[in-house]
Design a protein around this ligand. Structure first.
Ligand code: GRF
Length: 202
């Protein structure tokens, strides 16, 4: 009898409107990855990403972080992820820093997207700061999450040329739609393919 291959189990973690989550859910729904998206988890009551999840028929879960210590919130999050059997996390606009303890529980299994060509412009407002710095080429990065702010190993980057007249908001919007929504699904595909490679002996 053929051995049934285990499909990796993913969750998206987000705090906001969820346009990257939407791009990822579309790609999962097309069956583009031999992997399952089991939930979208948010720390913000009423976050737009919940509506996106509903549209795609992906279970949405809310674990409000406001008013909780980081430790208590992460403990609850780890409990939920264990209950759902989640093995890999896709951060998509998750506005919380993860503790070293949390990271150790998902070591090498958390991806994030950031709106700049890292290592340039880590932190908040990456797209707008690229505009203000007068760059002619800007972009976004998908990377593994480590204990720094946007410092983990890069998986994939994409770039676009800046138009002189678009302003910071227009540029941020194009980075989102022309780069982020394209490279995040591609990076997840690369990651899933890597998971399927046989482990080489030393
Ligand atoms: C994106 O710009 C992403 O790069 C950053 O947070 C933003 C989230 O936007 N980490 P959205 O919620 O995916 O639309």
């Amino acid at each position: 009898m053929p051995v049934r291959e285990e499909r990796p189990r993913f969750a998206i973690i987000a705090s906001g409107r969820g346009s990257n989550a939407d791009a990822l859910m579309r790609t999962f729904a097309r069956g583009a990855f031999p992997a399952d998206l089991v939930a979208v988890v948010t720390n913000v009551e009423g976050a737009g990403v919940l509506e996106r999840a509903r549209e795609h028929g992906v279970p949405g879960r809310v674990l409000v972080s406001k008013g909780m210590t980081r430790e208590a919130h992460e403990e609850a999050l780890l409990g939920l992820l264990a209950e759902l059997g989640v093995q890999h996390l896709l951060l998509a606009g998750y506005l919380r820093i993860l503790s070293p303890y949390f990271l150790s529980r998902f070591s090498g299994r958390i991806l994030n997207i950031h709106p700049s060509l890292l290592p340039e412009f880590p932190g908040l407002q990456g797209a707008e700061r690229q505009w203000k710095a007068g760059r002619s080429v800007v972009g976004a990065t998908v990377h593994f999450v480590d204990s720094g702010v946007d410092t983990g190993p890069v998986i994939l980057q994409g770039s676009i040329d800046v138009r002189g007249d678009e302003g910071p908001d227009g540029l941020a919007q194009r980075i989102l739609t022309e780069v982020e929504h394209v490279i995040y699904p591609r990076a997840v595909r690369l990651f899933v393919e890597r998971l399927r490679q046989p482990v080489e002996s030393p």
